[in-house]
Design a protein around this ligand. Sequence first.
Ligand code: URP
Ligand code: ZN
Ligand code: ZN
Ligand code: ZN
Length: 472
Amino acid sequence: MSEFDLIIANGTVATAANFFAADIAVKDGKFVQIGQNLTGSKRRIDASGKFVLPGGIDSHVHISQPSGEGIVMADDFESGTLSALFGGNTTIMPFCLQEKGQSMREALTAYHALADGQCYTDVSFHLIISDPTASVLGQELPALVAGGYTSLKVFMTYEGLRLNDAEILKVLDVSRETGATVMVHCENEDAILFLIAKHELAGDVAPRAHASTRPIAVEREATHRALSLAEVVDVPIVIVHVSNGEAMDEIARARARGVKVVGETCPQYLVLTAKDLDGMDWEDAKMVCSPPPRDEAAQADCWQGIETGVFDLFSSDHCPFRYDDPQDKLNPKGSVNFRHIPNGIPGVETRLPILFSEGVMKGRIDLPRFVALTSTNHAKTYGLYPQKGSIAIGADADITIWDPEAKRTIRHAELHDGSDYSPYEGMYVTGWPVTTIVAGAVMVEDGILVGKKGQGKYRPATTRPVGIRGQA
Ligand code: URP
Ligand code: ZN
Ligand code: ZN
Ligand code: ZN
């Protein structure tokens, strides 16, 4: 009788701390042994010449999220988690959005109904608070946090979604009381509206105006303010999708004052610039995201933040839309004003290859740092560790077998998400995930889907995350 369900043999195993040659054994969905020359399993996968990594965790993904003006996101849980899986991810964390007037419970019931039975990866939700009423803050959130919904996102921008400082302080206070983690989208909405009005008056409404109405100062100011509010409440905070060095400096300065802040950046800030929106062409609508990509200097700063530790998290901010239906009145190509372009770009499948190719292969970061930025730190920040994000005895057997020599040119036609383009089309990368295993179940093997929809499960987070910067 076989002792193990699965052995992955002859690979180089990496964690956020180190890497070493070892075999790993899996039973009942968990890692049960890490050692040399393991035998006695029902299945054996040879990982010679490959890296055996904890499965990618993408903690910033938008799926089936209602967006303004009735525009529908291009991914539901089926296509979104399939794309994530092929990109080497075993867990994703999408956002359950509370709409105005809705209770958080209502939002969650509806969002779970969309996810149930549809997922290829494991999933765990963040909550977006858009209507922080006394009952949401005082009654709902404490119960929800205790029940495993332990991360909350608030927005300082977007009409209908933004919270004012008084509201943000109240959410931060709930986080202090309950142990929840607050993620903040930092852009100054009043400054943006001021600049939009100026652009509209001048008739400057092509997609490039998206970038020029959201300049660095708008992000820097809001980042400083969010950090200051966290300081006032004395609570840890996550600053998401940081795009430039000036916002990074705010994070570093706050840390020096003792603020516990986790920083996140995304592929678009490493490899795109505002020039990608400046072709005087409605195709550029496809590159619209917030904050917008900046310039080469900001890219270099973000790389430095990846290397030196200003950033703890590297997430995709996958937020997919389609642009290919000319009949669709919501098609931004047919739109006359950049204000109506939905914000967000796809990228859940290309996140790991871009960081591996541009980061590890170019000598900017080592393999353990790659693992920390793409998996372990996400689990620690959001209460999924040590169950997720590590190759360790007793943890969920979430594995990405990585071919460091695979060469690929990113082509949307070969990706699996529901949008109709990739912002990274034509980018040449070295390194690609070949086999993805979710809680012991082989889902993608040598680039072929072998798992089934519904095998991915919902994973509640723990109330007090281990934290990477002392959230506990
Ligand atoms: O443009 C973006 N980032 N869209 C997604 C929503 C958000 O703010 O994260
Ligand atoms: Zn955001
Ligand atoms: Zn986002
Ligand atoms: Zn519109």
